[in-house]
Structure formats: C-alpha cells, structure tokens
Design a protein around this ligand. Structure first.
Ligand code: ZN
Length: 345
C-alpha cells in the first residue's frame, strides 16, 4: 500500500463567500500557511471530488438539496441569522461532503492510514432538511451513512469535539444503533441542544452520548472525557470506522466559545483516539468543523496531524488520564451504564 496519510481539500472552499463573518475563507488560508510551513507534516494533499447527488440524498432530501442549489445559484443570501451563502457555496458544500466520502473510501480501501478532510462550509449543525449554524450539508453524517449503505459497515462511531453541539448529526442518527454519536460541547452555548438526557430514541437509545461541559472547561476536562468515556465507549461498541467531527473552537483563543483548550489538548485527544482505533483495528478520519481564531485553528489542526503521524507509544492514553477525573466523567459513566455496562467497571 502507498501509505502516506492524506489531506483532502478543494479550492471551492475559498469561493464560499460569507462576507464579514467568523466562518471565512481566511480560515483555510491560515491552515494552509501553517501546514505548508511544516511541509504538511508528511500528509499528501489530494483534491476532493464533489459528492454524488444520490449519496448526498441518502441524508438530505432532494427537495432540500434543490433549494440550497437554487438559493446559491440565484445570488445567495441568508438562510438563517448565521448562515449566509454566495453563488459558489453550493459547489463548496458539495465538495465538503465529497471530501468526507472520499475519506471513507481511502480509509476502508487501505489507501491511507489517516485522512483529514478540510473544507468550508462546515457541516455538523445541518439537519436533514435545514441549514443552520454556518452549515449546509452535514458532511460527517453523509460519510457515515455512505459507509453503512455503500461500504457495508454496521458500526460507525463519530466523536464530535467541536465546542458547539452537533445538533444535525445528533438528529440524523437519533434512532440508529449503527452510528454511535459522542459529543463534547459547551453548555450553555449555541445551538442549545445536546443535554446529557438526550440519549437517542427507539433502537438508537444509548447510541447518542451527549457530554455537555461548562464554560471554562480546559484540556483536562476534554481529555478526561475522551480517555474515560469516549475510549471505553469505543471499546464497547467496536466501531469499524471512527470519524472525528474536528472543530477547534473550544480553544481558549476562540471568539465563539468560552472553553480553554490548547493545541496540546487536541494532540492528546487525537493520540487517545488513535490508540484505541489501533487496538480495535478501526480506521480513523477527521472532518473539519469549526474553529474561528485563525492562529489557534491552524496550530490546532497542525497538532492533530502531528499526533496522527508521530510514533505511537504502546499505551498512548491522553494527558487527561492522569489525576482525578472531573465530576462530569463520573456522572457520564453512571448514566451510560444503563446501555453500556462495560463502562461501569
Ligand atoms: Zn463550533
């Protein structure tokens, strides 16, 4: 196997024009500048294709896709208070979902050990039929559905560490026991969803795991939740693919969140997930979500790539495994024991 890790991107991300807006093309420029200064950390840059419409429409109804296309191609405008589109936004969003699908293929085909797909607009707030929170199509959800429908997987885990709750992903897989959705997010914060009590519905009960954290939460809180909740959940669920909804707006410099993470924390969470994925022989891919402090975003993406590339220690539990667990961990483990008795031990 040719075995360089892959970075997926497309110039359409730069043409999604949001005007004076935190979700701006400068985000991609900042990431590119940082990574190119570091020789892309060994990642091979590959252009993402546009998603096939039928793959996209396994998540988003045709009428919704048509509406987004029409609004964009007739000049764009605001879809809600936060979400603005330009004529090129539809194409950018198609490539965002296409990148996430290509990520799945590269990983499942054994063509790359790790893949990071970086596009705008982001995706995790988009529900099946509603654009919101800067998002049009839910790329990570399209990728997970594709892995199940087209690649025959039965269990996909999504870890969402964006500071905002991924309400779209939460809702799309709410009644599914094939997608384990785990979200660490600040509460209270936009969009106001994702209480710990939302555990999914129907056969999906227990497969939606919401881990809200207080404003001010730092590397210790996030890494503890990954090490002591997300990693044990992965062991119990045994996913055949792990996707990270990788937003970087829990960084202490981010203007939209009030958490206090650092680059080291993102590296530690990456290391912990990489370690459990190795044990489970599950491929791991990252899909960019938010992150609005340009320097912090670029540095944190680089920290993630570096953590995917560095030699992995035999036991690479993240930094949060040391010391006392925050109370959110104990509360989560107690709550989850109803569906995941393995976590009680
Ligand atoms: Zn966010």
């Amino acid at each position: 196997m040719a075995f360089a890790p892959v970075w997926l991107e497309d110039p359409s991300s730069l043409r999604h024009d949001t005007g004076a807006h935190p979700e701006q093309a400068a985000r991609m420029v900042a990431i590119e500048r940082e990574l190119s200064a570091r020789d892309w950390l060994g990642f091979e840059r590959v252009t993402s294709p546009a998603v096939d419409r039928d793959v996209l429409e396994a998540v988003h109804p045709e009428a919704y896709v048509d509406t987004i296309e029409r609004v964009c191609l007739t000049g764009g405008g605001y879809l809600d208070l936060d979400t603005v589109v330009s004529p090129a936004s539809f194409e950018a969003a198609l490539h965002g979902s296409g990148g996430a699908v290509r990520l799945v293929d590269l990983l499942l085909d054994g063509a790359a050990p790790y893949v990071f797909t970086a596009h705008r607009p982001p995706g995790h707030h988009a529900t099946r039929d509603r654009a919101m929170g800067f998002c049009l199509f839910n790329h990570v959800a399209v990728a997970a559905q594709y892995a199940i429908d087209r690649r025959g997987l039965e269990r996909v885990m999504i870890l969402d560490w964006d500071v905002h709750h991924g309400n779209g992903t939460n809702d799309i897989f709410h009644d599914s026991d094939q997608v384990l959705y785990v979200s660490i997010h600040q509460s209270p914060l936009y969009p106001g969803t994702g209480p710990a009590s939302d555990v999914g519905s129907g056969r999906g009960r227990g497969y939606t795991v919401n881990l809200p954290v207080k404003p001010g939460s730092d590397d210790g809180v996030f890494c503890s939740l990954v090490d002591r909740v997300a990693v044990p959940l992965a062991r119990a669920f045994a996913p055949q693919l792990v996707l990270i909804s990788a937003g970087y707006d829990a960084h202490r410099e981010d203007p939209l969140g009030e958490c206090r993470m650092t680059e080291a924390g993102y590296a530690a969470m990456t290391r912990a997930m990489r370690s459990v994925c190795r044990t489970l022989e599950a491929p791991l891919g990252c899909v960019l979500e938010g992150g609005y402090a340009l320097g912090a975003l670029a540095g944190s993406v680089a920290a993630t790539l570096a953590a995917l590339q560095e030699p992995l220690a035999a036991d690479a539990a993240g930094d949060g495994a040391d010391g006392a667990a925050p109370s959110v961990v104990a509360a989560a483990l107690e709550r989850l024991a109803e569906w995941w008795p393995e976590l009680a031990a």
